[in-house]
Design a protein around this ligand. Structure first.
Ligand code: AMP
Length: 221
């Protein structure tokens, strides 16, 4: 009998394209686990770990953490997440071609999984305006946009502006994204499916539903 491989969904898209919101939707409606390198790094920083101290400045200034550090964090944590979940969505990884190559190597090695790639495409100025209004829960990390009209998270945590969502930091992150992450789209070639991120969260969710149906991933009953 052939072993069933868990899908790992790579979500590509500029900062603010809606990767966090889509990840939350996938978790709530499909039961797909959310694996965010940004959250892992912020936890390391908050805990004051060796890695946290090493990456703090880069993360708060909007730069990219080095491939070796990120790949080490992913190798340490992803296998356990894949083992516990029927499907995993990767939010914020890979961000460079080197990271994409390392992920492919993990999957052809120990990781029993199948890579699926979705790119959320969206207009740049709309992104900048959306991100500079974004709030994040200081307790659970959920994100909220201006359309959500929330002041308190549904978990009860207070909503704050992330340091890396200041406008100057956003522009820096966008520049890095264009330089480093766009080549990943060509790396994945016809493994990648493009989805429009313009429109309301409901419209984007419908676009994502169609792709997941093609991937054979089903909604939770
Ligand atoms: P995010 O929450 O995905 O927007 O990530 C926040 C910050 O963490 C980024 O601006 C980077 O500084 C850092 N970061 C997260 N994921 C990666 C990655 N895959 N490679 C390099 N840096 C990362």
């Amino acid at each position: 009998m052939t072993e069933k491989l868990s899908p790992i969904i790579v979500l590509l898209g500029a900062p603010g394209a809606g990767k966090g919101t889509i990840s939350q939707y996938l978790r709530d409606k499909y039961g797909i686990c959310h694996f965010s390198t940004g959250n892992l790094l912020r936890n390391e920083i908050q805990n004051g770990s060796d890695i946290g101290l090493k990456v703090k400045e880069v993360v708060t200034s909007g730069g990219l953490v080095g491939d070796d550090v990120i790949n080490e964090i992913v190798e340490k944590n992803l296998e356990e997440t894949v083992g516990e979940c029927s499907a995993v969505v990767l939010d914020g990884y890979p961000r460079t071609k080197r990271q994409a190559e390392v992920l492919d190597a993990m999957v052809s090695g120990r990781l029993k999984a199948l890579i699926r790639v979705i790119e959320i495409s969206i207009d740049k100025e709309a992104l900048i305006s959306r991100l500079s209004q974004r709030l994040v829960c200081s307790n659970c990390g959920n994100t909220y946009g201006p359309l959500d009209g929330k002041r308190v998270c549904s978990c009860g945590g207070s909503l704050i502006k992330r340091k890396d969502d200041e406008e100057s930091t956003i522009r820096e992150r966008f520049k890095k994204y264009e330089e480093e992450t766009l080549p990943i789209s060509s790396y994945y070639g016809d493994r990648l499916v493009r989805v429009s991120g313009n429109g309301t969260p409901e419209e984007v969710a419908q676009n994502v539903d169609k792709v997941l149906c093609d991937f054979g991933v089903e909604k939770r009953r």
